[in-house]
Write a protein that binds this ligand. Sequence first.
Ligand code: GLN
Ligand code: ZN
Length: 748
Amino acid sequence: MNKVLSQTLGYPRIGRRRELKRALEGFWGGKLGDGELLQAWHEVEAEGWRVQQAAGLDRIGVGDSSLYDPVLDWAIRFGAIPERHRGRTGWDLLFGMARGAGDAAALELTKWFDTNYHYLVPEIDSRWEPVPEFTDYLSTLGRAAEVLEGCAVPIVLGPVTFLRLSRTDLSIQEGLRRILPAYRELLQEIRDLRRGAWGVPEVQLHEPALVLPHSAEDRPLYEMAYGELTSLIPLQLVTYFDDLGESFSWASRLPVPSIALDFTRGDNRSLLRKHGWPKETTLSAGLIDGRSVWRFDPERTLPLAEEIRQHAPLRVSPSSSLQFVPHSVQAEAGLPDFLAGVLAFADEKLLEVTQLAAYLNGEQATSIFEAGASAWAGYRAVIPAQTDLAQRIGALNSNDFARTTDYVGRRPTQIQLPAFPTTTIGSFPQTREIRSLRRQRKEGVLGESEYQAGIDQAIRETVRAQDEIGLDVLVHGEFERTDMVEYFAERLHGFAITEHGWVQSYGSRCVRPPIIYGDIDRPAALTVREFIVAQSATSRPVKGMLTGPVTILNWSFPRADIPRREIAFQIALALRSEIRDLEVAGARLVQVDEPALREGLPLRPERRAEYLAWAVDAFRLATGGARPETQIHTHMCYGDFGDVIEAIDRMDADVISLENARSGDETLEELARFGYRRQVGPGVYDVHSPAVLSLEAAMGKLRSFHRHLPPDQIWVNPDCGLKTRDWPEVLASLRNLVAAARQVREEV
Ligand code: GLN
Ligand code: ZN
């Protein structure tokens, strides 16, 4: 049998200690020059290559690293520069397109498939003729070659995916016709690139769009593109994030020597059994999950690898780039042993890939996996899958998922407010003072009670400010939360917080998702103390403020041994008790934020209904125990929610606030068309802009809301939390927001 090679599809690119983040922010702040940024970036990149080399990988994907976003890099390399950014060059152009420059707005940021990474959406106008400029990319490959010699394999974003992800008026056929010559040129330049003895063994063309539902209609495009490009250099067509679905039969026969499939998501295994595989095509099997933090399970993976090998020459690979997981478990000193033993981040996964390849080549006995097996046994001894909580969830019935009284019946019993009631979404500016409080606590300068006194002071001042502005429903301001998920994860049992487990969200922004490893339990109230501090400082109602179960789940790494649905229900039960405690403390309104609900939608439409069913059930389980008199609010950070509107309706929240500032009236139109009957607060104030909301602008919005919905359904609030804004603009904007609501009250 052929030798099984090991390979990678990309590595974390922000740096083990977030070096690139710091360098970028220093550069933007004027503290670092071009040379220093470049050096910091190249060091991060080279370190990633060396780690992969040291792990013994045969083929190492290179060229995925980026100063901001690889999709943006490809847009620039292909000359897809929107009109408003033309005239700039180099990093001015790059960072201008990424972050906006003067009047020229940035490209839109959007989720990379179903991950929590965000890429910039290229804009291609009908006059676009690619002006290829690959110098930067080729010089990266040159540097990689010096470090990696024969192992470096260029990663290139595939043409169909590039076009599918772009916003363009061109038909995709026409776009492809224009871009293919640029790809030809690129592949030729790569082929001709030599450094010393180094030549490029092959090129990875990443086409994750092949797992999307419309890939079948793109079949002629893939056939044309790969038919044309394949003669230039050996290609590997790389897919991930799901199986190939109905495209499997033809996609596996595309004329390339090698194809990479994800065997950790979807069901490529069954498709392989059903359709077989062309025997001359190498199958690179994504057997090590690039998106989970868990050590692989040899009992599942070894038989799978052996089976795939019966069909095709095999290679072993992570299922995707490793950019979605932190660097190394080694950096985490604070995790309990039973947990650390079953975790695998990027560096540990590299070793899993090479060990798996060595085993398949007969160079290693299965005994190398014994450490893993015993680590898993140690974990299961502490964390059994079957527990009382699992039983309790199994025994839930439909009453547990519903409030005792329906919306129409409970509304008159809830708090009575003037028409067009005003409120905010929860957070208020996280100022330097707040951050310094937090730092001082961390450094031990402040004790817990001094820290809390500082937070309480901020809460009281914020409540006073809202009182004075005349908002109808106040919030405490969320000063005690660094992050809306981490705060809950730190206080609930079953979550671990890492110290260095950062993953890139976009550009220089990183998140540190908590790891859910065990049953979730609420040892004590989570938010009640801060609620009481706020409520005792005012006679106006204060809204309790919680992060919803689906959002907590979707922004964490889930445990691997029970279904996500069950984890969501566990979180929901904890929040359900929290709502009870808030009620006892006097809360008449409680907001349960679900900004990540839609983010969890599976890529394939056929799987969406199932997800939405349990996601909405989780929200209902969290809120279903609230008394009828308690007004439940929810918040979502998106306006265009046509695809989930029925799910939103079924959540049965009394009030929902939605983003709206940037869209026209579509949100309202959609709600009206749907016949949505509960209360809605479409955002009036765009919190993503430092501009002050004017009275006229606010009035305009409210009048237009009123054209679509009756006054008793409308709330007046900003688009989202105010934590990234500054106080002066927030105060001025909220004053105008309240003034507008009062004026509209008079008018109707
Ligand atoms: N309550 C949160 C806040 O105001 C909601 C944030 C969000 O939806 N992302 O910050
Ligand atoms: Zn929001």
